[in-house]
Design a protein around this ligand. Sequence first.
Ligand code: GRF
Length: 194
Amino acid sequence: MPGSIGVKKINIAVFLSGTGSNFKNLIKHSKKKKSKFKISLAISDKSKARGLHYAYKYKINKKTVNYLNIKNSEKNILTELKKNKIDIICLAGFMKILSNNFIKKFKGKIINIHPSLLPKYKGLNTHQRAINNNEKFAGCTVHHVNSKLDSGKIILQKKVKILKTDTSSKLAKRVLKQEHILYPKALKKILSTL
Ligand code: GRF
């Protein structure tokens, strides 16, 4: 194929536990002509995660890890990452916390998307908490992953106005739309520094 010779793409692994809309969206972006990355692996702690369907659909290697024992599970994940020559890990709705030891092994190479304007509303139920506190804005953040939950250095953020009529699920839908714009942008930013 003309133009594709000698262009080495960055190998990405996406970790997910649920719907996988961010996973699907990253796959879509990876298929663009000028994309510098390739999604080579999906990791999930749930064999029934709906998002894994996209791994089948787009013929992406996938591995489910049961997490009965964190140490063994992370060891299995590391083996897969090595096998697939993964450069960067994108967490996208992955509901397990990675150990310090694991993070150290991929230092500076793990990023996450979180549905709030960090440092506000770390953890779960972000939208409901923002509504309850009468915040004017909700939003999403892509950040580096460090040993503390949702606390690594921020890469990019996008605000979303909270409407008077908002419920947590209405707001979540609008935020998710922005996530799908923000995550590829943040990834591009990271890749430009490699
Ligand atoms: C997103 O809201 C993301 O910010 C959060 O988990 C959700 C995952 O959604 N970390 P999806 O599985 O990518 O649709």
